[in-house]
Structure formats: C-alpha cells, structure tokens
Design a protein around this ligand. Structure first.
Ligand code: WT7
Length: 656
C-alpha cells in the first residue's frame, strides 16, 4: 500500500469534566500512563494480576502467557474456570435480587429478570441441552432474535462447555446453512419468529430452508423458542422441540462444566476479502478478561449504572457487551428487541428516559440515521441520566460526533469511540473516559496493555501524519485463537510473512497525529463496511454469479450518508437486456437475489450493467477504477493497461 496522507484536520479537543474524572476508574492521564507503563515493563505480571483479580477461578493458573508456538498464543492455560459461573453464580451472594436484564420488546412491553432468575433459567436450559446429549466441545448454532432467551442460550452453552456460534437473524438460509456445516453443529437454537419494527422475521422457516439445502449432516435437533403466538409452517417431530417443552421440569441448578482457560467459548463468523466467512474462535478466560477489563476501563462501569449496548447478539459487540461483559461485572443492562426508528426516530431517546440509562453504546450508522430523521428529537426527552456515550463499528464523522456530544450528551458525557474487531474480542483503541481528552473522529489512544502501532509494507513504524497498516505488536488475552478448522488461514491472514509473522495485521489503515492519537482510515482489503458490518466483496460477487442470468460480477463500495458504505455491483449479463425497463427489472431481481442469498445487509444499492468489466491485459479486474466509477469520479487513473477502454463509458452511465 502506498502511504496515504490524511485529509482530516480536526483540532477540537474535549477534556473529561472534573466531576467525571474524580469518580473514574482510571482518573487522569497520569493514572492512564502509569497503567500503560506497568504493562510495558511487566507484560505477563500486568495481565496475570488482572486475571487473578477479575476472574473467579476453579483452579488458579500458574502460567500467564505461552508464546512457544506463535501465532498460537495461550493465556492462563493451566487455569480452570467456567464463564457462565463468572457471569451468574458468583453474583448470587450479593446481587441475587439485582435486575440483570431489562428487556424492551418491539411493541414496548418490558420484562425484567434478576440475577437469581437468570441463573435459574440458564441452569434449566443448560439441563435441557444436556438432555439432548449436548456435551463439552459440541457446537451449537444460535439463530435468535434479540431476547433474554438469546442470552440464556449462549450462557447455557458456556455453562456446559458447548461452543456456541451465533448467526445474526438477518442472515439468509444459505448463510445459515454454510455456518451450520462449517461449525459442524449438532443443535440449532432458534425462535418461531422475531419481531422488528412491527414486522415478523420468520426465523424457524429460514432454519428449515437452511437445513433443506442439505449438507447439515451432524445436525440432530432444532430448539424453538416461541416468541409470538404463531406456530411454525413446518414441524419435524423427530428433530424439532419447543424451548418451553425442553425446559419443563428441568432442575433449577446445573453444576458448571469446568473448562480450561484455552477451551473455546465460541465461534463467530466474519467476512474476509477472499473465500468463505472465517469462524473466529475465542477462548474462555482471555476473552472473559478482555470484556471485564473494558467494562471497568472504557465504560467506567459503576454498580449503579444502567448499561445499554444496542448491538445485536449476532455480532461481536453483542457477545462482548451484551451477553458477557455486563453480566460478568454484575451490571443491570437494557436489551432491545426492535429497531431505532420504530415506532418513530425517538425510540432510543425515549428508552433512555424510561430506563434511566447511564451508559449508551451504539453505532455511527444509527446516529447518522437518527440525525437525519430528527436532529432535535433528543431534546424532547429527559436524557439527564446519561453519563457516558460510546460508538463502534466504523469511523464516526466529526459532525456526527459533535451532534452526539452536544445534543445527546449535552456536553457532559465523554464519548468513547471504540476501535476493535471480531478478532480482538474487546476494545483495543479508545479513550479512557476519565483520562484521555477526546477529539471528534479519533479513537484516540490504546487501552492499557494493548501494543498498537502503524507500520509500512516492511513492518517498520511510520512517522506521525502518514498512513499505514494498523498492527498489534504483542499478543493480548482476548485475541482470536484460530480460524475454526483452518489454522493456516489464521496464520496467513493475521500474522503474514511480510511482517515475519511477528505482527497482528488488523486489516485497517490508520495514521497518528502529533499527540499520538489514532485515526482509522478504513479497510486495506476488499472488505466493505456497511452500517458497521463487514461484508466481503467476494461473497457478494459469488452470490451474483450464482444467478443464472449473470456471467460476471464485481462489487465495490461507495460512500453512503447513513450506511457509511453502500454496495455497488458491476454486472455482466449472459444476455443483454433489450430495454431500459428490462434492465431495471433484472436489477431489481438481482437485488432481491443477493438479499436472499446472503442477507438484506448485502443488498446492492446500485447495479450497473456492461458488456464487460474493466480488466488489465492479464485479466485482473481493475477494482480501483470501479471504485472511482462508483463514486462518480472523473477517471484520472492510468488506463493504459486496460484491455477494453470503451467499457468505461458504458459503466459510467448504466445506473440502475
Ligand atoms: C472493523 C471490524 C468490533 C465492533 C464491530 C465491528 C471497523 C470498528 C471502529 C471504529 C473506525 C472501526 C474497522 C474494523 N471499525 N470500530 N471505532 N472506528 N473503524 O466488528 O465486524 O469485526 O469489523 O470495523 O474497519 O477492522 P467487525
């Protein structure tokens, strides 16, 4: 990659308020720097002490970090624990009657569960899974709507040592089938349907369709949580079982399965630039430690907080900051079934008022859409309970940041812009809110103990102001352990030869300013970030080419006001459309097709047809050129290597 000079010049700086700083876990820059120095000087000692303090162990570890077979690092590996025990049992003495979850349904109905109730329900469901012969190490796919039950399903897996793999409810039957097969899952947990924005999402029907596609040979059981009064279109008596039947009469306690620190807690699939989605495998202890640390450090967690992370449990954010982090620290959290714009764009603000939310964590795409639908709406609600705001998923543009800061946080609440990834398990770069002054658009400085750097092609550090590859120089506890079933791909993707296998390559480009603040610039690979979610261009291309009308396809991203990036597809049809009407009809069908093949997130915003794609003489698609075309830019690139220059004109015009 050639170095990119940044065009961003943001000079506004916001100090934490004295009030916030005084009570903060990490109070002031001195405290922050001290922690960073400690980690630097005694890396193993630093993490070891945290792991001893913050995790309840069945058997204490004696080794902190094993680096003998890089990049397959092991943390606390002779320690024994159970993650669900850490999220539930250990709170019962003090917090049995504390509310663990305030669940607000799509239609506004509120359900509260205490830690004691949640414990009972997780135990009952865990016993139910055991009765289906689910054992330690077995894979269980969770395809659920946002619900208390989704958290119970995940916690129950953790309790019995089964490895969950949550598939976001917006993914298609095809995507679900691929994940069931790749994980070798024996059980799927789903719901008859979910409710989002007043509409039913037919999860069980999609599950039936996924299984119907074939190849799910290891799958024995489908557990169905009844979310609505509707039944299921299909029911297989041998395979399907209702959640309430499964848990009926089950004992309300369940001895946890004690697992090793390095035993996998879960797999979560994420897109890469090439090939099929990668099953990111996380550990038990290291992962748990990452989520707990960042609850205290980044979110400055306090026992009276009402914590609300709006992410779906289908993404890593929902794993770390809905299912695990908040429960591990004994927090009260809000879980929301619906969407931010239903019944209107005041829903988030109204919920913050009703539940007296103190800590609110959402995505830039949601913020942008809410600004658009009602920049003044937050002023109609009492948001005085808020004390901290967070964002995640993509760079936040400084203007959206300022709005969040002023209109939502009333200039009182620090904003933590958290940079991290499915692979990192927990926050990597984000301001410690009682210490690090913020700048709109920058994720600022690393979390204590995380060794982030920016390097050039050869792995050499880059000077401030210049763009380069974002890397992490030392293993950290909550890091990805491997790609499920493909350790070679893990090595090649994240610890490439170019850097002697020594650096973790995040896949983002970034630069640092004169204060050492990090500014994320975007992906360096062919991965799109649509509404804060990663989509591989190749996945979408494969889906398009699988359509009988399509000969060839190339997909790129273009900037989008609300989504951040939108999908633009360049498509060569086997038979040219005869009229503009026909072209438009085909484009419409192809959009539906991609939605059906992958999920609505991947639906192309724009489809352009041509007789060919711009290629080099050696046959490589010129993606850079396509990106310029998608943005509507004048073509200034060198097109002398282009085999068929006439094609550019066509692709410029053919917008559908
Ligand atoms: C990619 C990871 C981990 C949370 C959800 C996304 C982008 C994430 C930020 C941020 C700029 C960000 C990066 C990263 N990203 N957070 N605060 N500022 N970019 O998880 O699907 O694994 O995607 O999201 O490009 O590599 P993910």
């Amino acid at each position: 990659m050639s170095t990119i000079d940044s065009i961003l010049r943001e000079t506004r700086v916001f100090e934490p308020t004295d009030e916030f700083k005084r009570k903060a876990t990490i109070s002031g820059m001195e405290a922050y720097n001290q922690l960073c120095d400690q980690a630097n000087e005694h890396y193993a000692g630093f993490w070891g002490e945290l792991a001893r303090e913050r995790i309840t162990w069945k058997k204490m570890f004696t080794r902190v970090l094993d680096e003998s077979t890089p990049p397959f690092f092991k943390w606390f590996d002779d320690g024994v624990l159970n993650v669900s025990y850490n999220c539930l049992d250990r709170h019962l003495a003090q917090l049995a009657n504390k509310i663990a979850i305030i669940f607000e349904a799509d239609d506004g109905q509120v359900t509260r569960v205490t830690y004691a109730e949640l414990y009972r329900r997780v135990c009952q469901f865990a016993n139910g899974l055991k009765s289906l012969d689910v054992k330690k190490g077995d894979r269980v796919v969770v395809y659920m709507p946002m619900s208390i039950e989704a958290v119970i399903a995940m916690q129950a897996c953790a309790r019995i040592g089964a490895i969950h793999s949550v598939v976001f409810g917006g993914f298609s039957a095809k995507s679900l089938q691929e994940r069931i097969i790749d994980a070798g899952a024996s059980v799927v947990i789903t719901a008859n349907e979910g409710m989002r924005g007043g509409k039913a999402v037919p999860l069980k029907a999609v599950t039936d369709e996924a299984i119907g596609l074939g190849g799910c040979d290891g799958l024995r059981k489908v557990v169905v949580y009844q979310r609505t009064n509707h039944g299921c279109a299909q029911w297989n008596d041998e395979r399907d079982i209702w959640w309430h039947k499964l848990t009926e009469g089950q004992p309300e306690t369940c001895e946890p399965e004690w697992v090793n620190a390095e035993d996998p807690l879960f797999i979560l699939y994420t897109s890469g630039s090439t090939g099929k989605p990668k099953g990111i495998q996380h550990s038990s202890a290291g992962y748990l430690l990452g989520t707990i640390n960042t609850m205290y450090w980044s979110f400055d967690y306090k026992p009276n907080d009402i914590f609300w992370c709006t992410a779906d449990v289908g993404w890593i954010t929902g794993h770390s900051y809905v299912t695990y982090g908040p429960l591990a620290v004994g927090a009260t959290q809000v879980i929301f079934e619906g969407v931010p714009t239903y019944p209107d764009a005041g829903r988030f603000w109204q919920m913050i008022e009703t539940h007296k939310v103190t800590t609110f964590y959402t995505a830039p795409t949601a913020i942008r859409s809410l600004i658009k639908l009602g920049a003044d709406l937050p002023n109609q609600y009492d948001l005085s309970s808020l004390r901290l705001l967070g964002t995640v998923g993509e760079p936040i543009n400084p203007e959206a940041w300022m709005w969040y800061y002023e209109v939502v946080g009333k200039r009182r609440c620090p904003i933590i812009d958290t940079w991290w990834q499915t692979e990192t398990g927990s926050h990597m770069i984000t301001p410690m809110p009682g210490a690090v002054p913020t700048k709109p658009g920058s994720c600022t400085l690393p979390v204590p103990g995380i060794a982030v750097d920016i390097v050039d092609e050869s792995g050499a550090p880059i000077e401030p102001g210049k763009g380069g590859f974002l890397v992490i120089k030392r293993p950290w506890p909550s890091m990805v352990r491997t790609i499920w079933g493909d350790p070679e791909r893990f090595k090649k993707t994240y610890f490439p030869e170019e850097f002697n296998g020594q650096l973790y390559l995040a896949g983002d480009s970034a630069h640092r300013d004169e204060n050492g603040y990090f500014w994320i610039m975007g992906r360096i690979d062919d991965v799109l970030n649509v509404s804060g979610h990663r989509l591989g261009t190749m996945e979408i291309e494969s889906a398009l080419v699988a359509n009988p009308l399509v000969a060839e396809a190339a997909v790129v991203g273009k900037p989008h006001e609300v989504k951040g990036e939108a999908v633009v597809a360049f498509v060569v049809l086997k038979k040219s459309p005869e009229s503009r009407d026909e072209a438009q009809q085909i484009a419409k069908n192809l959009r539906e097709w991609v939605s059906h093949e992958i999920g609505a997130l991947a639906r192309p915003e724009e489809i352009r047809f041509g007789d060919n794609l711009p290629k080099t003489r050696s046959g490589k698609i010129m993606r850079r050129l396509l990106r310029s075309l998608a943005k509507g830019e004048q073509i200034t690139q060198d097109v002398s290597t282009l085999e068929n220059p006439g094609i550019l004109q066509q692709l410029q015009e053919a917008v559908n």
